[in-house]
Design a protein around this ligand. Structure first.
Ligand SMILES: [Zn+2]
Length: 294
């Protein structure tokens, strides 16, 4: 989810302190899902491995002054996704991409909504504060929906803000009426507004709905609140989840097509079949300079 786990923080601290073994563990943990993601985006052969290697290098370079709202996994996926789009844009861009990515948060290069002059659309500290408050509100609301097994509403909200589908398409996808979709959306926006208002004061008149929608979509990309945890996806692979969770994960991955969770799924399915050691060695070799004591 949105916060870094204690384990991630610890690992990162160790790596900052020059612990090469901790780095090896981190690479081991994430390389498979990243490779699956690059391949799923159509990157062929060793190019996919190159991009995964770059992604780990960029993480190391951004470590000294790195603060992230999203999980480490999300941060890595966002770096890799940018490297993949640079890759398809041609050599000129790919060469200069690493510098521009350094020490940035995942959200930094996401397109901002149009400058409408509205509260939400301001590209300044208030906007960042609004995003932080939104991320927290969204995270809590989604957690509650999961606890209550309210997957129908969660699926609708995900379709609205992550997949950016229209009410009619969502109605067809989920089998509820369009009016019901509109109602869920209305309730959701109201709850989000209330929670954000508690933190940063009253926000946005009703005319700000479009700007709020676009900001919610950005937040959704940054923190991936609807994504099941990796071990939940593992349970899905093994068929050990309770039926409501099983259906939710299936819908999230298959029907709503979350590319990050698809990469996790593929990695989990192939884990035993593929030999991860060569790529692991290669990444460690490419990053050895960071851990060599000068
Ligand atoms: Zn996902």
């Amino acid at each position: 989810m949105s916060e870094w786990t204690e384990a991630e923080r610890f690992l990162l601290e160790q790596i900052r302190g020059g612990n090469a073994e901790a780095w090896s563990q981190l690479v081991q943990r994430y390389q498979g899902r990243l490779l699956a993601f690059a391949r799923s985006r159509g990157v062929k052969g060793t190019d996919a491995e190159d991009l995964v290697q770059d992604t780990f290098l960029l993480l190391l370079r951004s470590l000294p002054d790195f603060r992230a709202q999203a999980s480490l996994e999300t941060y890595l996926f966002v770096i890799l996704r940018r490297r993949v789009s640079d890759h398809f844009r041609g050599p000129g861009r790919a060469d200069r991409a690493p510098e521009s990515l350094e020490a940035r948060e995942p959200s930094a290069a996401l397109p901002a909504s149009e400058q409408t002059g509205s509260w939400y659309a301001q590209r300044d500290e208030r906007r960042e504060a609004a995003k932080t408050a939104l991320a927290s509100a969204v995270g809590k609301l989604v957690s509650r929906m999961k606890e209550e097994l309210n997957f129908r509403d969660l699926e609708i909200v995900e379709a609205l803000f992550r997949a950016q589908l229209r009410n009619q398409a969502i109605a067809e996808l989920t089998g509820v009426s369009e009016a019901q979709v509109a109602l869920v959306k209305h309730r959701w926006i109201k709850q989000v507004r209330e929670r954000v208002a508690q933190r940063v004061g009253p926000v946005g008149a009703s005319g700000d709905d479009a700007a709020l929608d676009s900001l919610l979509t950005e937040v959704w990309e940054d923190v991936r609140p609807g994504c099941p945890k990796r071990n939940t996806i593992g349970g899905y692979v093994l068929g050990t989840l309770d039926p409501p969770w099983h259906q939710y994960v299936e819908s999230h991955i298959q029907r709503l097509g979350c590319a990050f969770c698809q990469a996790n799924l593929k990695d989990l399915q192939e884990q035993t079949a593929t030999d991860a050691a060569p790529l692991h060695r290669r990444i460690l070799q490419s990053t050895v300079g960071f851990f060599r004591k000068s």
